[in-house]
Write a protein that binds this ligand. Sequence first.
Ligand code: AMP
Ligand code: GLY
Length: 418
Amino acid sequence: MQVLVIGSGGREHAICHALSKSNKVDKLFCLPGNAGIAEIAECVSIGVMEADKIVAFLNSHKQINMTVVAPDDPLAMGLVDILESHGHRAFGPSKAAALIEASKAFSKSLMKKYNIPTAAYEEFTDVAKATDYIVKCDYPLVIKADGLALGKGVIICENVDEAKLALQDMMVAGKFSDAGSKVIIEEFLYGQEVSILCFVDGKTIVPMVSSQDHKRALDGDGGLNTGGMGTFSPSRIYTDVMASQVYTDIIIPSMEAMNSEDRKFKGVLYLGLMLTDKGIKVLEYNARFGDPETQVVLPRLKTDLYDIFDAVIDERLHEINFEWSDDATVCVVLASGGYPESYEKGEVITIGEIDDDITLYHAGTAIVGGKLVTNGGRVIGVTASGVNIDEARAKAYKAACNVKFNKAHYRKDIGIKL
Ligand code: AMP
Ligand code: GLY
């Protein structure tokens, strides 16, 4: 079988890596890919939103049996529907189903309608009404742009002035263009976040092993929010009792809610959960694998990933027997200096001695003039496994010291969150 993966980050490298272990997959393509992915897949320089070019590429490569659409933007655009309408098998939700991530107004109203626990909220399209509302709220308060905003559309406001500024930025200045013309204003939830990714085919939904992301740029959860500075799996705090309660109260109802709305979800449904002292609540849904959660979850999957994708497409996920490793995994993200704000690209990366059991998932890397260079904010995710998180951490940090580039920065406390 030949498979095309759409995307270019660490998540796509982890997906390609898992697919490359399948004895059913003879050849992998990745579009556009990165320098690390290029070691295991043929990279194709087409952008993830260039639907016409992607269709033309697949039409001229009839031997490709499956396309995996990993990032949010092409899913929200309806790339899976477009590929299917041209007769190509694709893994990922339809445009109608991807709305669960692409519109927070939609996902919040879905949760309200189907009694799925989430933070209390109000929705606004009128800045004057939103401004009246924030004056009466308790703080901190969370203001979210409705649409996709590269993970930056969530502002945690400590007081009314910050909230006014956030509303101005989103609703008047158009900081997130159309994504911010509608906003969600919601109560701040206290607790720890756990990420649960689920395979779902509309009939069956199977949660993967748990993971936790470190979203802030600096140690001790300081600095700005990022796409994710590191992850570990499993979560130490997400117990089996919680998992079975979440399965009954959140996971199954989420799949059924989408079916009831005639938006059957097929692909990976990501639940961002907050473990609060008033119960477990959904912070967000994503319509895809998380990044960098995938880099710690897929290495623990023993079942053939191609078989799972194939079963999801054909709606026979119930046939798959899932097996997971008991090992723990830790991924430490090496980022460019300045990330998540402005940073340089093109810094030469040198990789020293790395033990065989370490995987370097490339995110923002490229080969320029024969040299491996940085090409994004998050550059490489150094991933290790061990009998427990402490062992995996120690291995990941030992290896991280041997990956060097100018102004590299990484958190020293990945996996320590208790
Ligand atoms: P979202 O894109 O909705 O997941 O939000 C991004 C991040 O903002 C989450 O992972 C949380 O860390 C934080 N966040 C979002 N909503 C809330 C909330 N209601 N209370 C506290 N933190 C939140
Ligand atoms: N790590 C969070 C996300 O993928 O959205």
